[in-house]
Design a protein around this ligand. Structure first.
Ligand SMILES: Cc1cc2nc3c(=O)[nH]c(=O)nc-3n(C[C@H](O)[C@H](O)[C@H](O)COP(=O)(O)OP(=O)(O)OC[C@H]3O[C@@H](n4cnc5c(N)ncnc54)[C@H](O)[C@@H]3O)c2cc1C
Ligand SMILES: *[C@@H]1O[C@H](CO)[C@@H](O)[C@H](O)[C@H]1NC(C)=O
Ligand SMILES: *[C@@H]1O[C@H](CO)[C@@H](O)[C@H](O)[C@H]1NC(C)=O
Ligand SMILES: *[C@@H]1O[C@H](CO)[C@@H](O)[C@H](O)[C@H]1NC(C)=O
Ligand SMILES: *[C@@H]1O[C@H](CO)[C@@H](O)[C@H](O)[C@H]1NC(C)=O
Length: 458
């Protein structure tokens, strides 16, 4: 595609700001008419609060009414096609090739949503392991992207109940990094505070994680997702142990930091300190965080202080601060530190680009990259790719049935993200009008003359 062949020029700040203004509907020129219409329709649906806030319930009712098969058939060409890559390797492969032709790199994710209460036996976790190993294989065996990445949800391999218990043990300082590294190596460690069956499950879980890491090292970067605060300390400690074992030469295991948490800054600084003291590579996925409502409700119910920042502006400041800390670290030791700026926020993206420029970092040097979710804010991703940055799209795949909880969460993650989507809708609409030859009329209605809409020409 023509998006590849843009000349890479040295950018002055004003050129950078202009290039990343994200005002150009031209980013959507690569979409088919059907895709434009679908995106518009799906985002339109996502703009009705009543629909979105009850979509979990509505979907169950619809499924009960029309039956599973028909429900699948209805969802497939619409919401599913917007946010999910497909079900089998053939389908996924098609989406991925298209994506990589646009200069975007896929980051596959097996959307397994586990939460407390869903008690599964070792067999389920072993099946999840197989699915993840398959994901590792798909990520590197197809030439979809340079430096492939994938996401890993740790609670799909280690029960959330155990993670909760581990989190309390970490609070009492009875667990440490070296103990976990030895367990990853296969030593039958006795963990203080856990009973026999819990130890057995923990060791199995660590072996599953070890298998995934061994399969990915030197091939695929594995980004461990952050989840709820009642499990995150456990996830982070285990991830750190994996980093210590596998990030000796190269950054293969990454952790996620959620800037909506009040403690996120100190968690990140602590991680930098440990990685420095212990001498292993630290990869950071920096996000704002996806579970705000539930975190707040839970804190309120348990009478704890809210772990999430008071308002969006505070989260925004927190994101900016952590971004700065990481970019600084990366610019000093690019072989040791890596960051993916995982956000749809145009300000954050511009801010990261400007800092990279100031620190003299290459757009595609590999130490800094960007990430957005499939089907969301394509105008941001496509513009970044056009400007030569490394951009990953988080790509969930699986059957309609398996991806449903993920889809519900996507639709509910509304709030400020919707502002981004509102703009995306506007750009989509403009591109649609251009296609339908209504451009002149649109310009008149919006009080602009055609020459001001430059990028739309040709
Ligand atoms: C590649 C990728 C990987 C991801 N992995 C994870 C992950 O592992 N774990 C995870 O939790 N999320 C993850 N996310 C989701 C991410 O957290 C959301 O996409 C993100 O929260 C949306 O924020 P934004 O920066 O895109 O948008 P913005 O629109 O700038 O911000 C919206 C976010 O701000 C925060 N916010 C909104 N209102 C308030 C308020 N009143 N007070 C405080 N904070 C507020 C919330 O976090 C909200 O989601 C991932 C996203 C991407 C793109
Ligand atoms: C977003 O979700 C919250 C709770 O889930 C709800 O209160 C709010 O009205 C929603 N906003 C929009 C624009 O859908
Ligand atoms: C270990 O503890 C869990 C709950 O924490 C309990 O369900 C299980 O029965 C216990 N197992 C043994 C062998 O005591
Ligand atoms: C959010 O933070 C950025 C810095 O990253 C800043 O430029 C921007 O003004 C902030 N936005 C708001 C609304 O405070
Ligand atoms: C972002 O954070 C850096 C470092 O903490 C700070 O110097 C800068 O002023 C912040 N920018 C904005 C716009 O808040």
């Amino acid at each position: 595609s023509h998006l590849h062949s843009f000349p890479r020029t040295a950018k002055r700040p004003e050129r950078l700001s202009a290039a990343l203004s994200f005002q150009e509907p031209g980013a959507f020129r690569v979409k088919s008419l059907g895709e434009l219409l679908r995106a518009l329709a799906v985002f339109r649906l996502c703009s009705y609060p009543a629909l979105v806030n009850n979509c979990g319930k509505l979907m169950s009712v619809a499924r009960a009414l029309v039956g599973r098969r028909l429900f699948s058939l209805m969802l497939r060409p619409t919401v599913y096609a917007q946010f999910v890559a497909g079900e089998d390797e053939g389908e996924i492969s098609q989406s991925m090739q298209k994506m990589s032709s646009l200069g975007l790199r896929p980051m596959l994710a097996v959307p397994i949503e586990e939460d407390l209460g869903a008690t599964s036996g070792e067999k389920t976790y072993d099946e999840n392991l197989e699915a993840m190993l398959e994901c590792v294989r798909m990520s590197h065996s197809n030439a979809w992207s340079k430096e492939p990445m994938m996401q890993l949800k740790m609670t799909a391999l280690l029960s959330p109940e155990l993670c909760v218990k581990l989190t309390t043990l970490i609070g009492q300082r009875t667990l440490n990094l070296n103990l976990l590294v030895r367990a990853l190596d296969g030593e039958p460690i006795q963990f203080p505070g856990l009973n026999e069956s819990e130890v057995a499950h923990f060791l199995c879980g660590l072996q599953r994680l070890n298998k995934i890491a061994e399969a990915s090292i030197n091939k695929v970067r594995v980004l461990v997702d952050a989840e709820y605060t009642y499990v995150n300390p456990a996830l982070s400690l285990v991830t750190m142990a994996m980093m210590k074992k596998f990030n000796q030469d190269g950054v293969w295991i990454w952790n996620t930091y959620q800037c909506y948490l009040k403690e996120s800054r100190s968690l990140l600084l602590e991680a930098l300190r440990v990685s420095n003291d212990e001498g292993f590579g630290l990869g950071v996925k920096l996000v704002r965080g996806a579970y705000m409502d539930k975190e707040r409700k839970l804190a309120e119910k348990e009478g704890r202080p809210d772990p999430v920042h008071r308002c969006w502006e505070d989260t925004n400041d927190s994101y900016n601060g952590s971004l700065d800390v990481m970019l600084e670290a990366v610019s000093q030791k690019p072989e040791r530190y890596r960051i993916i700026v995982a956000t749809h926020n145009e300000d954050s993206v511009r801010r990261a680009a400007r800092r990279m420029e100031e620190l003299g970092m290459d757009n595609d040097g590999g130490a800094v990259c960007f990430g957005q979710l499939l089907g969301m804010c394509d105008h941001v991703s496509l513009t970044l790719a056009k400007e030569g940055y490394a951009v990953y799209k988080s790509v969930p795949y699986g059957s309609v049935e398996d991806t449903l909880p993920y889809l519900v969460r996507r639709a509910q993650e509304n709030q400020t993200v919707l502002q981004g989507i509102r703009k995306e809708r506007e750009l989509l609409r403009r591109e649609l009008h251009r296609r339908l030859g209504l451009r002149r009329r649109w310009c008149r209605a919006n009080g602009q003359n055609a020459s001001q809409v430059g990028p739309l020409n040709n």
